[in-house]
Design a protein around this ligand. Sequence first.
Ligand SMILES: [Zn+2]
Length: 143
Amino acid sequence: MLLACPFLSTTHWIQTLAYTSNKEIHVGGDYIQAITADIKWDFNGVLYHEMAHVWQWDGSAGTTAPDELIDGIADFMRLKADYAPADWAKPGEGERWDEGYAVTARFLDYCNELRDGFVAELNKKMRVTYSVDFFVELLGKAC
Ligand SMILES: [Zn+2]
């Protein structure tokens, strides 16, 4: 499983911030050089995101979960560890819950408020396959 986490640099190049392949986390040198603020805080946030990819299920034995949900769960872990950057989407922002990254993380945080442990349960259900019906099964309501 290869999960890339691209970001748009100030020069508008699509570069790889970091990615996780199996149990290896790779971090781009360009990303590290571009950090101008608190490098420990920024890097820890990236590691929380990438470590989530090491541990999470993606339904790959059946119907694979959408990449946007996979990265949303990883950003949810970063959010709960209190490493959400100030410029992230705020709760309720975004056009769709499944936009990915911070928007999806905020949506998952809302779901987790409705049902404590929701994201852990969702991840557990995604061990073999993925279905959007998992949201209904866990919350009793559709997305
Ligand atoms: Zn990612």
